[in-house]
Design a protein around this ligand. Structure first.
Ligand code: 5GP
Ligand code: ZN
Length: 118
């Protein structure tokens, strides 16, 4: 996936609108267009990175910063008693959008368990 065709790069550039949760120089958080729970937003790096599968030590500080923001942003969005972070990666991980993103999912009720066993 090239950056020119990337939906999330277009969201970063403001070419596609999004409901913003948080933004700084390096990352953007915005609500998922198809929320799976009352709280469902994503934290993405502004820089294009395809997926967690290709992350290197170079991106480690940025990923750390993204994770470090999750708790505060989740609480601000109403997930006051926990939430789930999901990073779908590649074909097996059923990644749909190839711009690295951390889903933050929660709400008033406990979520289903991890994944269904086969
Ligand atoms: P993935 O399956 O790659 O982990 O998740 C991609 C997510 O991006 C999906 O949950 C989908 O609803 C969300 N999404 C796809 N296109 C858009 C969009 O244009 N705007 C927003 N806000 N979310 C999107
Ligand atoms: Zn991108």
């Amino acid at each position: 996936m090239s950056e020119a065709d990337c939906i999330f790069c277009k969201i970063v550039q403001g070419k596609i609108p999004s409901r913003k949760v948080y933004e700084d120089d390096e990352m953007l958080a915005f609500h998922d267009i198809n929320p799976l729970a009352p709280v469902h937003f994503m934290i993405i790096p502004k820089k294009h990175v395809d997926s967690l599968a290709v992350v290197t030590d170079e991106e480690a500080p940025l990923l750390g910063k993204m994770m470090a923001k999750a708790g505060r942003l989740a609480r601000e969005q109403g997930a006051t008693d926990g939430f789930r972070t999901i990073v779908n990666t590649g074909r097996i991980g059923r990644q749909d959008v190839y711009h690295l993103h951390i889903h933050i999912i929660g709400g008033p009720n406990p979520l289903p368990r991890m994944i269904a066993k086969e």
